[in-house]
Design a protein around this ligand. Structure first.
Ligand code: B12
Ligand code: SF4
Length: 433
């Protein structure tokens, strides 16, 4: 008999959350590998095209498909009690999920996506509801939280944890053999305007604040044919905006991104591409910038963190200030709108001084492009995350929260001052968003 599998993307409990092209891509990828071998149902609490959200005010998408989630204020959990900001639950209401379970259940398995380590409260809520309405269902968790906080995740009450990238134990548990040539299961959405692609896994760098090198190992390209089939599927479903979730989208571009984009142009595919997970400016040549703009890239997020050479050297030398300046100039000459080029600068990193951060902000501003403060989230198992045990209990994932950590390190007033300064600098650019 074909097994019945429920796919769940849980609600988010956090100080802030915004639909910045958020999709449960790991889970959809796994479900895609099982296409035709199971009967799937999806409940995505963060789906802003769900009929419930359509009835709410102010939830419409911007021109690139981003927007605000439905949310409710809730009390802060004890671990975050000292952070003076409102805490919220983002996503569809709990009773909408419970009636979905009553009407569509029972299920043999439930896959639950986990993402940020500090979002586990939403995962806990979803597990509780599945357990109470469909007690026979075997609950399977996978994704970042399970991989980085495995022993914590074991206490959440799931039946199976799919940690890391080796999926053999999962296929054995399900008793189904996968077809890895299949694209992600995007057709499970009733309505879709945003999609995600990932052309590669891993990253050749080894930044001291990042978990990717340890989790994914060496950089590897994904099969081009599968990515092109996935792009075609997304376009057939009416998707207009696609975000890349690659960690090193521009690495080995002659072998990975360039052939993909050449094919996009050859097929005359009309879609807007976005890079919320940051590009490495070092790899943006004049030619690559032109190809990206021509193929439909609309927003460019560049990972910079700091203009200090000392800081870069200490953390992995990802990118240097002159490389950022050159990339910005190539992108602008290629026709990218300066207002759509944004540079991430790390706020609340334990080795960055406030003076250094302000200098970085001024440098980025002098290039005529936008800066965005990327609040530092300490990640367990990374050198910088482990160093943060000096300030927080890293065994409590709520304390990896990106809003909380800079406040704990720098104080509330100083964090707000830096955020205001960034807003002022961006306003001065006199560019439109
Ligand atoms: C895309 C991405 C984002 C997106 C949002 C993604 C989302 N849907 O929410 C954006 C750009 C918005 C983002 C923002 C941030 N991110 Co981010 N992001 C990622 C990235 C690149 C992918 C996450 C993802 O979707 N993975 C799923 C897919 C793409 O992975 P996959 O390889 O196909 O999955 C395989 C397995 O893992 C498994 N699997 C995965 N999911 C599932 C689910 C099930 C059910 C099963 C069975 C299996 C399974 O199967 C797959 C096949 O092999 C990761 C790094 C990484 N490579 O994982 C960082 C990462 C999750 N982000 C991180 C960070 C630090 C951030 C920011 C804090 C950065 C900042 N300072 O602003 C913010 C936080 C945002 C917030 N609101 O709090 C950290 C984690 C932090 C933490 N404490 O958890 C990571 C790990 C990167 C890092 N530096 O180490 N991020
Ligand atoms: S370049 Fe980016 S993905 Fe790679 S290790 Fe550094 S922060 Fe992580």
């Amino acid at each position: 008999m074909t097994p019945k599998i429920l796919l769940v993307n849980p609600p988010i409990y956090d100080f802030a959350a915004y639909d910045f092209w958020l999709k449960p891509y790991g889970m959809l990828t796994i479900a895609g590998h099982l296409r035709g071998k199971a009967e799937f149902k999806l409940f995505d609490y963060l789906d802003r095209l769900h009929p419930f959200v359509a009835t709410q005010k102010g939830r419409q998408s911007d021109r690139w498909g981003r927007g605000r989630f439905f949310c409710k204020k809730i009390p802060r959990p004890a671990a975050l009690g000292a952070i003076p900001r409102y805490y919220r639950r983002f996503g569809l209401p709990r009773d909408v999920f419970r009636s979905f379970l009553e009407q569509r259940g029972p299920f043999d398995f439930a896959f639950v996506q986990t993402t940020m380590t500090y979002w586990y409260e939403g995962v806990q809520e979803a597990i509780e509801d599945i357990r109470s309405v469909c007690p026979q269902t075997k609950i399977i968790l996978g994704g970042n939280y399970v991989t980085l906080c495995n022993s914590h995740a074991q206490n959440l009450g799931a039946d199976f944890l799919a940690a890391g990238t080796n999926l053999e134990p999962l296929w054995n548990y399900l008793g189904i053999s996968p077809d890895p040539k299949q694209p992600a299961l995007w057709e499970i959405y009733n309505k879709l305007n945003v999609g995600v692609l990932k052309l590669s896994d891993g990253c050749p760098f080894n930044c001291t604040y990042c978990s990717v090198p340890k989790v994914y190992g060496e950089f590897k390209a994904r099969p081009l044919e599968r990515s092109l089939a996935e792009l075609e599927l997304l376009c057939e479903l009416g998707v207009e905006n696609i975000a890349f979730y690659d960690d090193a989208l521009l690495f080995d571009s002659e072998l990975v991104l360039v052939p993909f984009l050449n094919e996009v142009l050859k097929r005359d595919t009309k879609v807007n591409f976005h890079t919320p997970n940051a590009l490495n400016a070092r790899f943006i040549t004049r030619q690559l910038a032109m190809l990206m703009v021509q193929a439909g890239f609309k927003t460019f997020y560049l990972g910079f963190e700091s203009d200090s050479l000392q800081w870069q050297k200490q953390t992995g030398s990802k990118v240097l200030y002159n490389e950022l300046a050159q990339a910005a100039s190539h992108l602008i000459s290629a026709g990218a709108e300066p207002a759509n080029i944004t540079v991430y600068q790390i706020l609340g990193h334990p080795h960055t001084s406030t003076g250094e951060l302000e200098a970085t902000m001024r440098f980025v501003n002098s290039l005529g492009i936008r800066g965005m403060l990327a609040d530092f989230s300490p990640i367990p198992g990374t050198p910088d995350g482990d160093y943060c045990r000096k300030w927080v209990d890293m065994d409590e994932p709520l304390l990896h929260n990106k809003t909380a950590f800079p406040i704990i390190l720098l104080g509330f007033d100083e964090t707000n001052r830096l955020k205001d300064l960034q807003r002022k600098m961006n306003r001065k650019l006199k560019t439109q968003d």
